[in-house]
Design a protein. Structure first.
Length: 254
């Protein structure tokens, strides 16, 4: 499991991107003003909290397989939270007005099954939406990191599931029979006070990137650190990194 970490660790590493992404993604999804909403792969609760602001915590449910669920419960104490996987959601058919998944699809063992489950628990006419980082070019922090790591470690097979490109999301939503499908980009960014501020978040061991670096011996960590900084082209001061997510939404057929 890639996220056996504290909620604080996740928020320091990825939360600085997922926090600005959450309201933009909720807007893209077109979250209804009433009815129940499901956050699939809720993690530490960044999107769950945004949904609670919009519809009330008592109308929000979340599901996640990781220990981050405890952080979500602290962040949104009145939400209905369950431990589980996207591919087998623990709710009956037609339970929600909307089911959305932020930065989760590329971690699903079976994206088609996971999004299919999201559609199953959403009532006819309800919204199903998901988004994933554009790892090939739009998520600068991770893209440059993995490019650097692969350059230094030729045995490194891969750092994330390839699924989640714009055309893949669009095709999956159509293949599942969802209607009024739309897909497109969402742009966010994060500012760092220094390179060390960025690097220290990798050492928290969050996700595949963090797990990879903490497993390296100190000398290889140092080599990767220097090469990553050079590839990013950042100096001693503050800098900003951009991040683009691909998002798709559709409606369950009536």
């Amino acid at each position: 499991m890639n996220f056996v970490v504290s909620g604080d660790a996740y928020d320091r590493f990825m939360g600085r991107y997922s926090r600005p992404l959450a309201p933009a993604f909720a807007d893209f999804a077109g979250i209804p003003s009433d009815g129940r909403v499901l956050d699939v792969g809720c993690g530490s609760g960044v999107l769950t909290e945004e949904l609670a602001r919009r519809v009330g915590a008592d109308h929000v449910s979340g599901v996640d397989p990781s220990p981050l669920l405890a952080a979500c419960a602290e962040r949104v104490p009145n939400a209905e939270l369950k431990q589980g996987w996207a591919e087998a959601l623990p709710w009956p058919d037609d339970s929600f007005e909307a089911a959305i998944a932020q930065l989760v699809i590329h971690f699903m063992e079976d994206p088609a099954a996971g999004v299919g489950e999201m559609a199953r628990v959403t009532r006819p006419g309800g919204v199903v939406a998901g988004c994933s980082w554009d790892f090939s070019g739009g998520m600068e922090m991770l893209r440059v990191y993995w490019e650097t790591a692969r350059e230094l470690d030729h045995e490194l097979a891969g750092e994330y599931r390839s699924f989640g490109k714009l055309e893949e999301l669009d095709a999956l939503w159509h293949e599942l029979g969802l209607e009024e499908v739309e897909a497109g980009p969402i742009e966010v960014s994060s500012e760092y006070g220094s390179f060390d501020e960025l690097w220290d978040t990798f050492l928290l061991g969050v996700g595949p990137a963090g797990q990879y670096i903490v497993a390296l011996p100190p000398d290889r960590q140092a080599t990767l650190k220097d090469a990553y900084r050079e590839r990013l082209g950042v100096g001693d001061g503050a800098f900003t990194l951009g991040a683009r997510a691909w998002a798709a939404r559709g409606r369950v057929p009536a």
